[in-house]
Design a protein around this ligand. Sequence first.
Ligand code: ZN
Ligand code: ZN
Length: 273
Amino acid sequence: MTASGGGFLRVRVLRSGSAGNAILVEACGTRLLVDAGIPLELVERELAPLGLEATDLSAILLTHEHDDHARGAGAVARAAGIPVLANERTLRHAAGALGGVATERFTTGVPFRLGAFTVDPFPVPHDAVEPVGFVIEVDGLRVVVAHDLGAVDGVLRERLPVADLILLEANYDPRLLSVSAYPWFLKNRILGPTGHLSNESAAQAAVWAARGRKAQTILLLHLSEVNNLPPLARDVVRWALEREGVTTTQVHAVRPPGGGPLWEAGLEPPSVP
Ligand SMILES: [Zn+2]
Ligand SMILES: [Zn+2]
């Protein structure tokens, strides 16, 4: 099947934050859930305004096995009768949450077809067994998902400038983190190279992404409810872009533990000979 047929690529962050993450990516009848760290009931409640039910989903993709990304995957996959896709090590470590549902393996670094989409699972630095981000592509439109990572490395930098929509972690403000009541071991984990991204690191990534000279949208995800504020995260990234003279990038911060705005882009209609 070719993806071309007109229509829309639709993306909606159903939930983002340490309480649970799930993102819907839909085009041409293929509906992917990237991570399912929330209960089935919440997935269904968030899908309803889009005119969808869990049984309309095609597959679940897991970035990594942490509870806030995988805890609902088994229940959603069972209710929808769909497979969970992840790399071998993530599937093994998430086995408790998956409870016997159908699983399919992908290999980190090897792109594959999934319905209307091409999916590129790329490695990210994070303290899970084999964490990945995704580039999800249809008809030349690319969505980059990178929402638990300790640093923006060359692998991600390569993928940012060609993206149309970037779902990027902006977990903490360093000043709020330093004065918060979090214990030091946790602060050090968050600050470390395999922990989480600061607003400043997200801002640097946004500036780098703008090198591609595309009209991009960036949704800032996985904001800490303790160590960050959505307007602050958004403004740190916007100001960095403004300083570089970038005016074409839209930036929104998704308030935890809620969902984000609906992002849509038209797909090319098939050419008539
Ligand atoms: Zn994680
Ligand atoms: Zn997480």
